[in-house]
Design a protein around this ligand. Structure first.
Ligand SMILES: Nc1ncnc2c1ncn2[C@@H]1O[C@H](COP(=O)(O)OP(=O)(O)O)[C@@H](O)[C@H]1O
Ligand SMILES: [Mg+2]
Length: 255
């Protein structure tokens, strides 16, 4: 196999994850993702998507094979180093995982507090990311005062406030209606355009086909497809992007 390029952000080589039950979450998976790519990880329920995500944040250890992130072998990261490693990886989940008794502002600020940022840095950074994610008018709301799409935006703001080089989203639109899902994909695409590599697990084929991004498909823990789905313009604007997702008959909408 050729040596890893300096632009490789994620590399799985012959990765197998066998759970304690004997079930294979991943089976000899080999793939890589380059810097600034936007990649979909697809496959039916149980195909191994979440296993990939959990291995990438070192919540799980592979049974076999090597995982590198930005050239670093995850096996060489000690338990004590894990929190520092995880600062480089933003994570978004299907069920948002917000703190229910904190406001939008505090949910995002909290991510900076735990990584030791000063109050001054927090005051400087949180409003910027809330603007990027379209939440400026909701900063005093509590999660239960927000729609599902807004809650997912908060969780994306929280994942991105540290400006990690890699953002992982595990079925981020799984609980959302189609129109809201488009807005969330558009936001993830906007984040990708700031230079962050984005890996999105999804089983929404319609959405993924419309996005025309690179697709990695898993089936029973194996990579069965890895291709750039159709031709796409790397420098497409987020508005063009959203327009294409909505289809030709609907007018473009601003965020
Ligand atoms: N903690 C676990 N213990 C045992 N088996 C698991 C565990 N997590 C996932 N699995 C199994 O591993 C396979 C892949 O699961 P997962 O990665 O969650 O798939 P996906 O996210 O694509 O639905 C499935 O067969 C699932 O049942
Ligand atoms: Mg899953």
């Amino acid at each position: 196999m050729p040596p890893m390029s300096r632009n490789t952000v994620i590399e799985f080589r012959g990765v197998t994850k066998k759970y304690g039950t004997g079930v294979y979450g991943l089976d000899q998976a080999t793939f890589s993702v380059d810097r600034e790519e936007f990649v979909f990880l697809i496959g039916s329920t149980g195909s191994g998507k979440s296993t990939v995500m959990r291995l990438l944040i070192k919540e799980l250890e592979p049974t076999e094979g090597t995982i590198r992130v930005a050239g670093r072998d995850l096996a060489a990261i000690t338990r004590r180093q894990i929190p520092f490693y995880r600062r480089n990886v933003g994570v978004v989940f299907q069920d948002f995982k917000l703190l229910p008794n904190r406001t939008v502002y505090d949910n995002v600020a909290y991510a900076l507090q735990v990584t030791g940022h000063s109050r001054r840095e927090i005051r400087a950074r949180v409003p910027d990311v809330l603007r990027l994610t379209g939440l400026s008018t909701k900063l005093h709301n509590y999660p239960d005062q927000l729609s599902g799409g807004e809650q997912q935006r908060v969780s994306i703001a929280r994942a991105f406030v540290n400006h990690p080089p890699l953002l992982l989203a595990d079925e981020p639109t799984g609980n959302l209606d189609p129109e809201t899902s488009i807005d969330i994909m558009r936001l993830l695409y906007r984040i990708n355009r700031t230079g962050t590599t984005v890996l999105v697990a999804s089983h929404d084929h319609v959405m993924v086909d419309k996005m025309r991004r690179r697709v990695l498909e898993l089936s029973r823990g194996r990579v069965i497809r890895d291709e750039a789905a159709g031709l796409y313009a790397r420098d497409e604007s987020t508005r063009e992007f959203a327009q294409r997702l909505r289809g030709p008959h609907e007018p473009p909408q601003t965020l």
